[in-house]
Design a protein around this ligand. Structure first.
Ligand SMILES: Nc1ncnc2c1ncn2[C@@H]1O[C@H](COP(=O)(O)OP(=O)(O)OP(=O)(O)O)[C@@H](O)[C@H]1O
Length: 283
């Protein structure tokens, strides 16, 4: 018997979503993505401009740093690296543009002290430790916050404070130098102590300006390891000219030029960019 062809059944009714519902769903998804991205973003600069006497030191600068990210900033002299750090820390107010921390904290509305207490620590190029105090005392002073020097040094440390100081000493490779006067440390060790003094204040974001200038090769390599350890628990922005050091950091690199981002990506990507070679690396 010949098999009868199977008759196709009635087509399944296809209910297309109402265009309005589709639009709402898309909007919802976009918002969720934006909110997620916002939560993951620690520092957000967009369209930031700052002029000094008509000269644009920062020109429509945009930079996004994720939570837990370490970023290296490179660029020729006068590219705007220091001014960018000044804007983030509230030392300089931008003429225009957005600067947000932790999603919705508008840093342009806060002064330097408020920004520091929000959790942004800055290390300048020259170490500014208390030379006449020992390593341990320098760290205790930084832990103390608003306490006076006298009461900070007389104050009996709590178990938590002692543990925190031990951890910082270990991170900064200064455990066996804890009773040495800061004046007697090498240049590199002073830099590490100052990084330790910043860590004592528990910053969520650490800005570090040319940390390895003047360091020996061994200290430079150790500093890269030290910063990588620190970046396991906080975000770090490092401004540096030493390309060997930047390579050892092994992080995303942003090259600034004339106040804007010229190139961004891996060090290999950025250093192969002909524009970066022309204005910076080739010089
Ligand atoms: N307070 C100021 N008044 C006038 N001009 C300034 C001021 N601060 C910075 N500039 C200018 O803005 C430009 C950017 O300077 P900035 O110090 O930010 O560059 P940089 O990338 O940090 O350079 P370097 O690598 O030399 O430290 C420079 O031309 C500088 O002269």
């Amino acid at each position: 018997m010949m098999q009868q062809p199977i008759e196709p059944g009635p087509a399944e009714p296809f209910v297309s979503p109402h265009p309005y519902a589709t639009q709402r769903a898309l909007e919802r998804r976009a918002k969720q993505t934006a909110d997620g991205a916002r939560r993951e973003t620690l520092l957000y600069l967009d369209g930031v401009t700052k002029s000094f006497d008509g000269f644009k030191a920062i020109n429509k600068l945009s930079l996004v740093l994720q939570k837990g990210e370490m970023r290296a900033i490179i660029g020729p002299n006068g590219a705007g690296k220091t001014t960018m750090m000044d804007i983030i820390t509230g030392k300089t107010k931008p003429d225009s543009g957005e600067v947000f921390f932790r999603g919705d904290v508008d840093l342009t509305r806060h002064d330097e002290a408020a920004i520091a207490s929000l959790g942004i620590g800055r290390k300048f190029q020259k170490p500014t430790v208390f030379e006449s105090l020992d390593v341990d005392e320098n760290l205790r002073l930084s832990l103390a916050g608003s306490r006076s020097v006298f009461s900070a040094l007389r104050h009996k440390r709590t178990v938590e404070e002692a543990a925190k100081i031990e951890a910082i000493l270990a991170t900064t490779r200064l455990t066996d130098k804890r009773h040495r006067l800061a004046a007697d440390l090498s240049h590199g060790q002073k830099q590490w102590l100052e990084i330790g003094m910043l860590l004592a204040q528990d910053p969520e974001l650490l800005l570090v300006d040319e940390p390895v200038a003047g360091m020996t090769d061994a200290e430079t390599a150790e500093t890269a390891r030290l910063l990588r350890e620190i970046a396991e628990t906080r975000s770090v922005v490092v401004v540096e000219h030493d390309m060997h050091f930047v390579r050892e950091l092994g992080v995303k690199v942003t090259c600034l030029h004339e106040g804007s981002v010229l190139s961004e990506g891996t060090l290999d990507h950025v250093s192969a960019d002909p524009r970066v070679v022309e204005v910076y690396l080739g010089r």
